[in-house]
Design a protein around this ligand. Structure first.
Ligand code: ARG
Length: 462
């Protein structure tokens, strides 16, 4: 292509260096924006017609041309050219070759700077909507499983040591709460994505009598960006997206870590469906939890994208700089990674097979009801610190004998305190322990069933 063929070739006397052309081109990755680029151009053309900058015939021909280009791209017959640098110039140049001079008028009152900022916001808005649906699907799966496992007793951990008995339903609802906050963050940041840069042109706005409100409403933007310099330059909405995505990944990674532990032979708390695992080429007994491991592993790349985007912005003077072309790959990969991980989890969770007996056995092993015994003594008027001491001795005895508190006889327990009576067994059992914690936020089966209902309503309500 001769230099004069470049859409901006007018002031140039020598062709772009071939390496520089390849180095500065973004079409290999920004072609993903084609649908939103066309959507933005159609709205811009309609607005230009409505304010009298384009004739009706010009506008019709532009819109039709763009629709044909959309079909070409989707059919795979569009030829993407690196010498045309990016998605915007590829499409505009094709438009002009299809419809002639009217195509050259599309860019009136617009710059690639406000165009690309618009495209990326439209793209991200759609992506966030899809991700939120996936998140909701996973959350529903968690609620359903929590309902089924409201009575399932397992050890709760602190420091990964058995702490107190809890119900699996309650544990699963903890994951629901984390994802609920993630969902709220997406809903919130979507509002800030949903502002329209078009009209800012290169940086200073345009001298044409544009109607930004019209373009914004055609594109479903909630409002326009209020300052043209800010509109073309900031990518804070993308940073927010990467930050919210990093938090989702952090949560999924913790969740993954538990699934990896829980599905091991040592824990044996859950069985992952075979189709989410792989075997070993050498060790025939192996069933590896690859999916959660990979989700845990992919967390790092999303954190990396957050760092890339923050660093990309931090030293840019106003307004647009070419640096911003580097926003796309981190954004796209964050979307793809999150979509994949959410899909894996949403598919996997409804098919988890909790091993109720194993969980119960484990809860019986770590003196999980020691706190309940102390609380029992306090109810018999023993100061908590003394109660703590008494139970500590009873546990010590249990460790020496190899017995859990709940299997000791009344006489054995009474060695440690004469106030202990037959009713102690109501709190020393696992069921007794969890049933008492029936306050809001507690682990009792009765409360979990209530929380499940509320979770369903809350999810529907946002
Ligand atoms: N490909 C560019 C980007 O992604 C489009 C905007 C280019 N603007 C410019 N003045 N060179 O940011």
């Amino acid at each position: 292509m001769s230099q004069l063929d470049k859409l901006w070739g007018g002031r140039f006397q020598e062709p772009t260096d071939k390496f520089v052309e390849a180095f500065t081109a973004s079409v290999s990755f920004d072609q993903r924006l084609y649908r939103h680029d066309i959507q933005g151009s159609v709205a811009h053309a309609r607005m230009l017609q409505s304010v009298g900058v384009l004739t009706e015939a010009e506008c019709l021909s532009i819109v039709k041309g763009l629709q044909e280009i959309l079909a070409e791209i989707e059919a795979g017959s569009f030829e993407w050219r690196q010498d045309l640098e990016d998605v915007h110039m590829n499409i505009e140049s094709r438009l002009t070759s299809r419809i002639g001079d009217a195509g050259k008028r599309l860019h009136t009152g617009r710059s690639r700077n406000d165009q690309v900022a618009t495209d990326i916001r439209l793209y991200l808005r759609d992506a966030v909507d899809r991700l939120m649906l996936q998140l909701r699907q996973l959350m529903e799966g968690l609620i359903n499983l929590a309902e089924l496992e409201a009575d399932t007793i397992m050890p709760g951990f602190t420091h990964l040591q058995t702490a107190q008995p809890i119900t699996l339903g309650h544990h699963l609802l903890a994951w629901f709460e984390m994802l609920m906050r993630d969902l709220e963050r997406f809903i919130d940041l979507r509002r800030r994505i949903n502002r329209m840069p078009l009209g800012a042109a290169a940086l200073a706005g345009t001298s044409y009598p544009i109607d930004r409100a019209l373009t914004a409403s055609l594109l479903g933007f909630e409002a326009v960006c209020e300052n043209s310099l800010d509109a073309v330059s900031d990518r804070d909405f993308a940073i927010e997206f990467a930050a919210a995505s990093s938090l989702v990944m952090m949560h999924l990674s913790r969740f993954s870590e538990e699934l990896v532990l829980w599905s091991s032979a040592q824990f044996g708390f859950v069985d992952l469906p075979d189709r989410f695992c792989t075997g070993s080429s050498i060790m025939p007994q192996k069933k590896n939890p690859d999916v959660p491991e990979l989700v845990r592993g992919k967390t790092g790349r999303v954190y990396g994208h957050l760092m890339s985007l923050l660093t990309l912005m931090k030293s840019q003077p106003l307004a647009y700089n070419k640096d911003n072309q580097e926003d796309k790959e981190p954004i796209f990969d964050t979307i793809d990674t999150l979509a994949g991980c959410l899909r894996a989890f949403a598919d996997m969770i409804p098919h988890l097979k909790p091993q109720r007996q194993r969980m119960r056995q484990a809860a019986l092993q770590g003196y999980a009801t020691a706190t309940d015994l102390a609380d029992y003594l306090v109810r018999k008027n023993i100061p908590f610190r003394d109660a703590h001491e008494i139970v500590g001795k009873a546990v010590r005895y249990g460790v020496d004998q190899g017995w859990d508190l709940s299997v000791m006889s009344l006489d054995q327990l009474r060695q440690f305190s004469p106030v202990i009576e037959q009713d102690v067994f109501e709190v020393l059992t696992l069921e007794g322990s969890v049933a008492l914690r029936k306050h809001r936020g507690g682990t009792a089966p009765e409360r979990v069933r209530q929380a499940v209902k509320e979770a369903r309503d809350r999810l529907r309500g946002i």
